[in-house]
Design a protein around this ligand. Structure first.
Ligand SMILES: [Zn+2]
Length: 278
């Protein structure tokens, strides 16, 4: 059954939209987003009536800078870029988000807006929830609040660690760290990345990224394709990365309580709020 099929069933429930009451009968929500998957089944059952599965086109804006967010998104497929505006430079990537991620933290914080723009880099899908429904859900479902606060802390620590990384570590180490963090957010080994996006994310010239990527390809760590990077030797990339990757990963794994194996990739993922490959 597809997510859209499931949505039809949920919306067909006599209670309609809104937060389901504890104990109300529901079918389990088929989802890939690892935050939703990490929720206890009763918490997910409460939340699922407020979730609307939506397709996301490439270049679709999920939220505009300094404009109140109307919805939050639990990303199921595809990749979204978080962009910061820099005078004279246009928009620069400050994050790439995938099926491990939640778009809408300003709504959890109560500020409701951000100076960053979020757009889809690669088409996909998500479960979205209105700002009002999320506000009520965070108040009514303690497990959702706990997981989103934990996710928020992990993203804050990741941002701080990136400041350290950009000051002290080599381009090769930073590139490896960047590839691993993004790989952890994608369901497979193909990452939708261009050299231009990487150069903006790392804040270096595109030629430098091309040279560093070429050396990694020669070493058999990855393969470059049109608009994408194929991870070939994850262990080798981990060996090339700086300590920042391990620090970032451990923050996300803090919420993991069980480990499951992805049947397609063989990679293991923490099951409770987690997010990163182990
Ligand atoms: Zn580093």
């Amino acid at each position: 059954m597809t997510n859209l099929d499931s949505y039809t069933l949920f919306r067909g429930h006599p209670s309609g939209a809104g937060i389901c009451q504890p104990g109300q009968a529901t079918s389990p929500l088929p989802c890939r987003n690892r935050i939703l998957k990490a929720l206890p089944s009763d918490a997910l059952a409460q939340l699922q009536f407020s979730l609307e599965p939506v397709p996301l086109k490439r270049r679709q804006v999920l939220h505009e800078r300094n404009v109140p967010l109307s919805h939050a998104y639990f990303i199921e497929d595809g990749a979204a870029s978080l962009l910061a505006r820099v005078e004279g430079q246009g928009f620069l990537e400050v994050g790439l988000l995938g099926c491990s991620d939640f778009v809408g933290l300003p709504l959890v914080l109560g500020t409701g807006r951000t100076p960053h723009r979020c757009i889809m880099q690669m088409e996909g899908s998500a479960f979205r929830i209105t700002a009002d429904d999320l506000h009520h859900a965070v108040g009514a479902i303690p497990a959702l609040r706990e997981i989103l606060v934990g996710y928020m802390q992990a993203t804050m620590i990741e941002m701080a660690q990136l400041a350290v990384c950009n000051s002290y570590h080599t381009l090769k180490q930073r590139l490896a760290r960047c590839l691993l963090v993004i790989h952890d957010r994608m369901p497979g080994d193909k990452i939708p990345l261009t050299h231009q996006v990487l150069s903006r994310t790392l804040g270096v010239r595109r030629a430098g990224v091309t040279t560093a990527m070429g050396r990694m390809e020669e070493a058999g760590l990855l393969h470059r394709g049109r608009g994408q990077v194929m991870i070939a030797d994850r262990a080798g990339i981990e060996a090339a990365a700086c300590e920042c990757y391990r620090t970032i990963r451990s923050e996300y794994q803090r919420f993991a309580c069980t480990v499951e194996q992805d049947p397609q990739t063989g990679r293991e993922h923490g099951h409770a709020a987690m997010f990163l490959a182990s």
